[in-house]
Every structure is written in structure tokens, then in C-alpha cells.
Design a protein. Structure first.
Length: 501
């Protein structure tokens, strides 16, 4: 079974190769020599080194106190999550799944072997608590593919103890720098090994460069969202907080961009990709919608006076939520392992690498990009005006929901336009987000009422009182009416601010 450990560490190098005395660093009362460990790690990657390109490392290591499979994801500078699995001959399936969005159908091969003699010291406080582990690693790197060679070096690694204060790393670094030790030029041992054992100059994809044309700007936005999907995939598989929602948003942003910038990207090519993105967003939404509804209904039940809660309402809501979550979770994991999903990722890569650009893509960006944002805004305006002419009820609910979706599209188009249009685009993003939130409150009420009717029917069939569900249904209806009453004045303010675009 895999476990996750948050690593906070820094790497250094020194021409002398040794470790200066760290006794006396603020907070450090004792430096304890823990001896030398002999580590032997084989790093795995695809032939074109997709994991290394994302600063992800996958290794099988023997020796030391944590022998096994280790998969590391970058979180922030000096911070990585290390996911560990027991030592086996083959890669455990749960780790293989976490790199699938990057590896896809490619084979994982041994690419580098690192053998290290690790001289370890523990930094402890006056009470004997571990503050950090400092090691001097003598490394022998051997490339296992192609005509690669070997490399040797010595580095110093300082890893903060679990729950430690990151400020300690600054204090240790200050002492190291005074002794002539400098931060490592490589982000990891693997990165240095790949660079120093390469048979020749290693090929790297050409940089996209600074956006110049309208097409450049749209592609830069698309590239960011594609990368977000790939990077969020492991977090979704691990059920990390907010990961499903974030991945769904990236998917929607991609789809919206294809639709908004049809003057720049040929819709005959992007249309089928947009359809697949809609499918993926829908699958991601099964779990997300359940989360939103559960939070809303749970809060609503908590607000009801105890005397008006008839029957096991909270218990039934919890059972309904748990059942929905289990079903949606299993389905989503199946989607992420499906051929359809992996093909979509390949298609996005190919489209961004060889985009279907139209004539407007080669022009200066301001006019075509501003035109696209204004076009989306006009669609929102028409729907808001249409809703105002309808009586409260299902028809108005549908139109307001459509307006919310168009507001999202306009917001995403304005996000892509910010580097070009500046403040007017930023103001549009803010306005559309506010409108999206207001209309989202209305749509959440619509969905909550639907769920309450279903829960009420189940409770009634079980011989329970449906009174509380009816009470909550009425409160949700009043919430929707308040949004509808607020909307005209809210929209007038947005239209006035949009005149600057």
C-alpha cells in the first residue's frame, strides 16, 4: 500500500565536498553522526524522458531505511510529495496509475542507476527532538540507455524533519554559505545524472517563446490548461482536496477557448476535441456536483430549528451522499484509465504542437481577441434579457443556467485576453465571475430542490415524515427568487463597466 511523505529539502555542492560544523546553528543543540548508508536506486522513465521533463521522478531503491518504490511530484520550490510503495520486482499498479497521464501508452524503462554512499547526521534541539537530517552523498551515476556514460559527484542534502520549521533551512544555509558551500545547480540527483551522462547534447523541445500574434496568445492559454489537466491527474486519483474541481475547470477552459476563438482556430478541427472535453468535464462533474449539493443541503439542515426536523434527515442525507460519492469515484477512476481519456490527451498534444490556425491567427492580437470577448459578452446579454421577459419557473431556470454557462465562457475568453487587453479584460473577468457566482446560486437552488424532491420520495416510501424536505424546498425556492430580483440591477452595473472593452 502506497504512503505519502511531504519532503522539504535543499541540495548543495562544494568544491571541498565535506560538511562544515553545524553545531551552534540557531536552535541546533546537537549534531549526531548516524553512520553511512549505501543506496542503490534505478530511475525509470520513457525513452523521451517525459517524467523528467515534468520534474517527476520514479525510482526503485534498495538500501537505507526506506527501500522500495518512490514517486516524487514537485509541489513548490524545495518541496515535493514522495509516494512510497513496498519493494517489488515490478512497478506497483497504484504508482503506475499516478504517472499514466504523462506516460500514457509508452513503456517505462530503467534510464539511470545511482549508487550513493550517504553519510548522515541528525540535527537535534535541546530536548533531543529531530530538526533536520543532513547528509553528504557521494554519488556514482550510470546511464542505462543509449551510449550514455558515467558521472561522479558529491552533494550535501538538508531535509527538514516532519513538522519542522522551514526557517531552520535558512539558518543552516547561512552557515553553509559562510563555509563556501553553494546551492546545487540541479534540482535533483536525477536531473544532474541525465545532464552529465548524456552521450551528446540532449534534445529539449523548443521554447514557445514570447507570444506575439493572436494565435500565439490563444495557444499559450491552451497550453497552460492542457498542462493543468496532466498535472492534476495524479491528485484526482489520490482524491486530493479540490483536485476534481480544478481539473474540471481546466477542461472547461480548454473547451471554451476552442469555441470563443473560432476566428483564430479552425472549428472543423477543434470541434471534435471540444466534444471530448465536454465528455470529460461531465465525468468529472458527477463527483463535484455531489460535493456542492451535499455541502449546501447539510448547511441547510443545520439552519433548521431542531423542532422542525422530522425524521432522520441528516442520516438519510449522509447515506445518499456516501452512496453517490462511492459510485462516482469508482466511475471516475475508470475514466482516467480509459483509452478514450488517454487518446484525448494525445490529441490535445498534437493539436497544440500543430495547431489549425486561421488567417486571423497571424495578425496582431488586440483586435481579433477583443472581438472574440465582445462576441461572447453579447451572447450573455441576450440570455439575461430573454430571462427578464419570462415568468419564474422552469423556462426561466433553463435560460438563466444557459446565461451562467455563457458567462463562464466569456470569463475564460477574457482570461486569455488579459495579456493583450490589460485592465479592461481583467475587469471583464471580475464581472463575469461575479455574475457566474450569482447565477450559480440560482442553479444550485434548482438542483437542491430536485435532490430534495428525490429524498422526500425515498423518505416517504420508508414511512418517514417528508415535512423537513418540503420546508427546505420552500426555502430554496425563495433563494432563487431573491437572485432573480437582484439580477436586473446587478446586470446594469456589469453592462456599464463592459463599455471599456
Amino acid at each position: 500500500m502506497a504512503e505519502t511523505k511531504r519532503e522539504i529539502e535543499r541540495k548543495y555542492e562544494s568544491d571541498e565536498g565535506g560538511l562544515p560544523d553545524l553545531t551552534g546553528v540557531a536552535g541546533v543543540a546537537d549534531v549526531v553522526n548516524k553512520g553511512v548508508a549505501h543506496l542503490d536506486a534505478t530511475y525509470h522513465d520513457t525513452v523521451d524522458e517525459r517524467l523528467a521533463a515534468s520534474s517527476v521522478t520514479l525510482r526503485r531503491r534498495t538500501g537505507g531505511s526506506d527501500a522500495g518504490w518512490h514517486l516524487k511530484f514537485p509541489i513548490a520550490p524545495d518541496v515535493r510529495d514522495e509516494i512510497r510503495a513496498p519493494l517489488t520486482d515490478t512497478l506497483p499498479e497504484d504508482l503506475a496509475a499516478l504517472v499514466r497521464s504523462r506516460v500514457r501508452d509508452s513503456e517505462l524503462l530503467p534510464v539511470v542507476r545511482l549508487r550513493s554512499d550517504r553519510d548522515v547526521r541528525h540535527l537535534r534541539d535541546a530536548d533531543g527532538r529531530l530538526l533536520a537530517e543532513v547528509s553528504v552523498d557521494t554519488v556514482h551515476a550510470e546511464r542505462l540507455t543509449g551510449r550514455g556514460g558515467e558521472a561522479r559527484w558529491t552533494e550535501i542534502e538538508v531535509e527538514l524533519a516532519d513538522g519542522g520549521d522551514p526557517a531552520l533551512l535558512d539558518k543552516v544555509e547561512k552557515r553553509l554559505r559562510k563555509a563556501g558551500v553553494r546551492p546545487s545547480a540541479s534540482s535533483s540527483k536525477l536531473a544532474r545524472a541525465l545532464a552529465e551522462t548524456a552521450p551528446g547534447k540532449r534534445h529539449r523541445p523548443a521554447s514557445a517563446g514570447k507570444p506575439v500574434t493572436a494565435g500565439d496568445h490563444v495557444l499559450a492559454y491552451l497550453r497552460t490548461q492542457r498542462d493543468a489537466i496532466v498535472e492534476l491527474d495524479p491528485a484526482v486519483r489520490r482524491d486530493a482536496e479540490d483536485s476534481v474541481h480544478s481539473m474540471r475547470v481546466a477542461t472547461r477552459r480548454l473547451r471554451s477557448t476552442f469555441k470563443s476563438f473560432g476566428e483564430i482556430l479552425d472549428r472543423a478541427v477543434t470541434g471534435p476535441v471540444a466534444d471530448e472535453l465536454k465528455w470529460l468535464a461531465g465525468e468529472l462533474g458527477l463527483d463535484r456536483d455531489r460535493e456542492v449539493l451535499t455541502e449546501r443541503l447539510t448547511s441547510a439542515v443545520d439552519e433548521v430549528p431542531e423542532s422542525l426536523v422530522r425524521g432522520p434527515v441528516a442520516k438519510r442525507l449522509h447515506s445518499w451522499s456516501s452512496a453517490e460519492h462511492g459510485s462516482a469515484r469508482g466511475r471516475l477512476l475508470g475514466v482516467l484509465d480509459s483509452h478514450r481519456y488517454l487518446t484525448l490527451l494525445d490529441t490535445l498534444d498534437a493539436l497544440i504542437a500543430d495547431p489549425p490556425l486561421l488567417k486571423a491567427a497571424g495578425k496582431k492580437p488586440r483586435k481579433p481577441i477583443a472581438r472574440a470577448v465582445r462576441k461572447d459578452f453579447r451572447k450573455v446579454s441576450k440570455l439575461i434579457e430573454r430571462a427578464a421577459d419570462l415568468e419564474p419557473g422552469t423556462d426561466r431556470d433553463v435560460v438563466l443556467h444557459d446565461a451562467r454557462k455563457k458567462a463562464k465562457r466569456t470569463r475564460y475568453a477574457a482570461e486569455a485576453a488579459e495579456p493583450v487587453l490589460g485592465k479592461p479584460a481583467k475587469a471583464m473577468v471580475k464581472s463575469m465571475k461575479a455574475l457566474q457566482n450569482l447565477l450559480g446560486e440560482h442553479q444550485d437552488s434548482v438542483m437542491a430542490r430536485q435532490a430534495l424532491r428525490e429524498l422526500s420520495a425515498v423518505a416517504h416510501a420508508a414511512g418517514e415524515s417528508a415535512f423537513t424536505y418540503g420546508l427546505l424546498h420552500e426555502r430554496e425556492a425563495h433563494r432563487a427568487l431573491r437572485v432573480e430580483a437582484e439580477l436586473p440591477g446587478f446586470w446594469t452595473g456589469i453592462k456599464d463597466r463592459a463599455a471599456d472593452l
